[in-house]
Design a protein around this ligand. Sequence first.
Ligand code: SF4
Length: 438
Amino acid sequence: MNARRPTRQVTIGDARVGFVKIGGGKPDASGRATEPAPVSVQTMTTGYTYDIDACVAEINRLTAAGADVVRVAVPEKKDTEALKRIIPQVRVPIVADVHFHFQRALEAIEAGVHKIRLNPGNISDRAQVTDVIQACKARGLPIRVGVNEGSIIERKDKERRLKELGAFFSDNRRGYLLAIMITKLEEYLDVFYEQDFYDVVISAKSMDPVTVIEAYTEISKRFDHPLHLGVTHAGPKETGCIRSVVALGTLLAGGIGDTIRISYASDAVYEVEDGLELVYSLGLRERKGVELIACPTCGRIQVDLISLVQDVRKKLSAEVALPIKVAVMGCIVNGPGEAEGADVAVFAGDRRGIIYVQGERVANVPEEQILDRLLIECKQFEARVQRGEARLGEKKVDIVPPDPIGALGSGWEKMAAEKLRAGGEDGGTGVALTVGRS
Ligand code: SF4
């Protein structure tokens, strides 16, 4: 992991919805260097903004899922009108995504929105952009400038510049595209700088993950504004996840990126969940809620682990707030080593689940009771942590010898138990293992 790239810092929000800082690390107006803010996770509503009740319900659902900032589209006046009634009902900073008409931006600002997103490909008139900048400046609102691949166009008088810039990039098509993005940004930001306005976040999304990596890498060398990362039109969750994580993970691991949006053609809650998991996995945010480890299953499995893992994920994310590490393992062969460091673990076998809390065996229940019992154990453990009686990640007990081998079923279970008894398989894990029927 590279250190975060220092940027200016931008703040979104107000006292009622809370403040979200984006970027940081460079000296602020008073000359003091700001700490880079944790990488924030954004998403966008999928419904019509003018459908007020549905929009509020969707924003609140996305907020409950963990979104730090929510964007809404405001293509028409009825959308910006709706914002006046939506914003007082939500508890998260709202960004108005303005396409085509600068008046929508002015109306959204009047309605109390917390940030504006402008697209240089669609709103380029200098006087109009200046009006929006001045309105944001008067209210202390930041602006995101998004030069997405789909909305920028070729300009003949830029050919020499494009060619020069294109030499920086890996191939002609990408080089050309990226050159346009950078040229657009330079032109557009000149208008902002002329107005002495620097509360700008930049995005340069493409549907091609490699273009995204190259574009943001180049932009990070040329501009000191915070960067909003994203792969646009990434597709459904099943494939969009890979496209987004490849690009955003590469950039974030390289220290580039201050806020992210993962885009899927599906429920936006998935965007939030996957965005959070990405920043947690890279250690860029302190985890909220359970960290789930689960085996991928194989021919040794003896319970319906795939359904169990899904149920455990849903239950625990809804009911456990602390970042407890929970392991759900299909058998005793590789389970103990792979569950190392888990606070709570369940090992399945022979249609039963054996549950451990920090190495201590606490239950051995039939398959149909695993979910409920695991939830009870997690909540009790959470309560102990909150009372200061236990600590997350603390290892208490080393390996517990298996039950008598004669009580075990199939041959591989006996072999695994023998290995464990010989003392070589636990790898020092704090999660103990016992196998057998009871
Ligand atoms: S823990 Fe057991 S069931 Fe799960 S993948 Fe590993 S060997 Fe297979």
